[in-house]
Design a protein. Structure first.
Lengths: 159, 447
């Protein structure tokens, strides 16, 4: 009887998980965004073949997504092989925030990328950080997709 | 640039503060502006010719009265009457107005005056009259260099405003702002300064580097701002009289969001390092730097209370952008914004009683005010995007900037300065030669 109850609960949880993920995916599949994180490649440039130069963030967030971490691991591997290259991480925000807060947010995003690169063996003295806040959008649109492209940290070769 | 001008007030008749004279209530939205007649300042032919030669203005008396009229109208509190209806000649009106004539055109107040060319200087006298009571309310005369003629108009407006509202004016002031040009993705930004009414616009930087958030020192002609000179975003200090610039402090990273303390002796700003922004002050005399906040969240947009005892600032320590107040040593931090949405850019009113802010709620941006304990929140204006309010020196008007939404092609972007009364009335665009953002209002230049 007890087992039955546990089984029932487990099933309920599994069911709930399915329901949630179904709901989430139906939202996710619209456009080139996952949640409100940009997943497209329109604006992406490459440091080298197969090494994208930028990662994207959710609104007001500086947390790295799974895709962002993958991109940064590729960058780290490229930088380990090319040990003379130094980089600037340029952190950006979208236009839907006050200027000063966005400067701080851009700095936080670039540092999130920096911290991750450092855990993959890139020395901090090869990395400098520069926040542009909302001053340098790549997409001048005033819509959620444009904003998602602009919430980014871009790795730029400095030498 | 020559800013400080010697204005010698050599004749001040004490304003008659007798009971029953007209008053303008500025604490409520004024839907019924006071009808006022601005009689052109009279000028003798000899003076007129001299000024025409120096200033290339045909009739400087009329020009000055036009400035007064525009100022009064812009304030939203006054309704300057059409000059065509004036019956009395300017020179005679200044000696002794025929109040019946002015009453007939429904003027409740009347400004008269005289301009003359004396010892190569511009001499002005003016009088403010209460038409109904038939009495003189203010009389003043002063001399200045002729090139200051616009300021003469502003100073007269300030005196009139002060006499009729009981509060200091804000007309003899300037606005420093960021002039913007070019596409949104490659915006070119320059520091620019202009008179409060948009005249005498000047660019202070060339646009070679990105500049943001200029703010006036309340006690001098200094400005602090953020510059990306050599791609190092740092807070700078600029003397707008001499043009000299210097970096503020020696920080190993981005400094931003600068403002002066009310006594003008310190700069308060944020310093960002390792993903954490904290608030610091630097004493401009002894260069001592103090760390004010200590929290792993973003702490920015600091602004002192006018007595210097408190600081309001923006922090996301609760998870999202909110407004906090602390003592000026960083102790007793208290969150004051609790409404729905995000709050940013807090600025303490020069009167001390209110904090202006930007609020984002459900995709709309608001400029609002609240008391310094967070109570009494009042939203003054709603738009697609607007932020960064700055107070007029008398704490009655806010200037801010507003950006438009771009269309599907990403075109149609503009950024403009706007002003609005504390009452929520009298919203108007402040004209600038280019797009504009980040306005900061100066203190009164005279008195």
């Amino acid at each position: 009887m007890k087992l039955n109850k546990i089984l029932k609960n487990t099933l309920l949880i599994i069911f709930a998980c399915f329901a949630l993920s179904a709901c989430a995916t139906s939202k996710k599949t619209t456009g080139q965004m996952q949640g409100d994180v940009y997943t497209g490649t329109d604006t992406v440039e490459y440091l080298a073949s197969g090494v994208p130069d930028r990662v994207f963030f959710a609104t007001n967030e500086s947390v790295l997504t799974t895709a962002s971490r993958e991109t940064l691991r590729k960058q780290a591997s490229y930088l380990r092989k090319n040990s003379k290259i130094t980089i600037v991480l340029e952190g950006h925000a979208d236009e839907r925030g006050t200027r000063e807060y966005n400067l701080a947010l851009g700095e936080r995003r670039a540092n999130a990328a920096k911290d991750y690169l450092m855990t993959y063996g890139i020395s901090s003295n090869r990395i400098s950080v520069l926040s542009y806040g909302k001053e340098r959008p790549v997409d001048s649109g005033s819509n959620p997709l444009a904003w998602s492209k602009n919430r980014r940290s871009v790795t730029v070769k400095a030498n | 640039m020559r800013i400080f001008v010697k204005i010698i007030i050599f004749l001040i008749l004490i304003p008659s503060k007798s009971f029953g004279l007209i008053e303008v209530d500025i604490t409520r939205g004024n839907l019924d502006p006071l009808p006022i007649a601005v009689s052109p300042l009279s000028i003798d032919e000899n003076s007129r010719q001299n000024f025409e030669k120096i200033l290339k203005k045909k009739n400087i008396g009329e020009e000055i009265s036009k400035i007064i009229e525009v100022n009064l109208k812009t304030s939203g509190l006054f309704n300057p009457l059409n000059k065509d209806a004036f019956l009395q000649a300017p020179d005679i009106a200044n000696l002794k107005p025929r109040f019946e004539d002015w009453n007939l055109i429904k003027a409740q107040a009347l400004i008269t005056g005289k301009v003359s060319y004396t010892d190569e200087k511009l001499r002005v006298e003016f009088r403010l009259w209460d038409v109904l009571a038939g009495k003189e309310m203010v009389a003043l005369a002063f001399t200045t260099v002729p090139t200051n003629w616009r300021r003469v108009g502003h100073i007269i407006t300030d005196k009139v405003y002060q006499r009729l509202t009981g509060e200091k004016g804000y007309f003899d002031t300037r606005i420093i702002y960021v002039a913007e040009e070019g596409p949104k993705t490659k915006r070119i930004k320059k520091l620019a300064i202009m008179d409060q009414d948009g005249a005498n616009n000047k660019f202070l930087t060339l646009g070679n580097e990105l500049v943001l958030t200029p703010r006036f020192n309340p006690t001098s002609q200094m400005v602090t701002y953020l510059s990306y000179f050599r791609n190092l975003p740092r807070v700078y200090l600029l003397d707008i009289e001499t043009g000299t610039q210097e970096v503020v402090g020696d920080f190993p990273g981005m400094t931003f969001a600068p403002r002066f303390s009310p006594d003008g002796k310190k700069i308060i700003m944020s310093f960002a390092k390792d993903g954490n922004s904290e608030i610091y002050t630097m004493d401009l005399e002894n260069r001592i730097v103090e760390k004010i906040t200590n929290h792993p969240s973003i702490d920015t947009s600091p602004s002192f209370s006018p007595d210097g005892k408190f600081i309001c600032f923006n922090s996301d320590r609760s998870g999202y952008q909110q407004i906090y107040v602390m003592k000026s040593d960083g102790s007793s931090v208290k969150r004051i914004s609790f409404g729905k949405g995000l709050y940013g850019t807090p600025v303490w009113s020069p009167r001390g009683d209110l904090i202006a802010f930007t609020k984002l709620h459900k995709g709309k941006f608001y400029i609002g005010v609240m008391r310094t304990d967070g109570s009494g929140e009042r939203l003054l204006t709603e738009n697609f995007y607007q932020e960064a309010p700055s107070w007029s020196p008398n704490g009655r008007v806010l200037i801010f900037y507003r950006e438009t939404k771009t269309d599907d092609k990403g075109e149609g972007f503009s950024a403009k300065l706007w002003s609005i009364d504390l009452t929520g009335y009298n919203e108007r665009m402040v004209k600038t030669p280019t797009d504009a953002s980040d306005p900061s209002w100066s203190s009164l230049l005279s008195n």
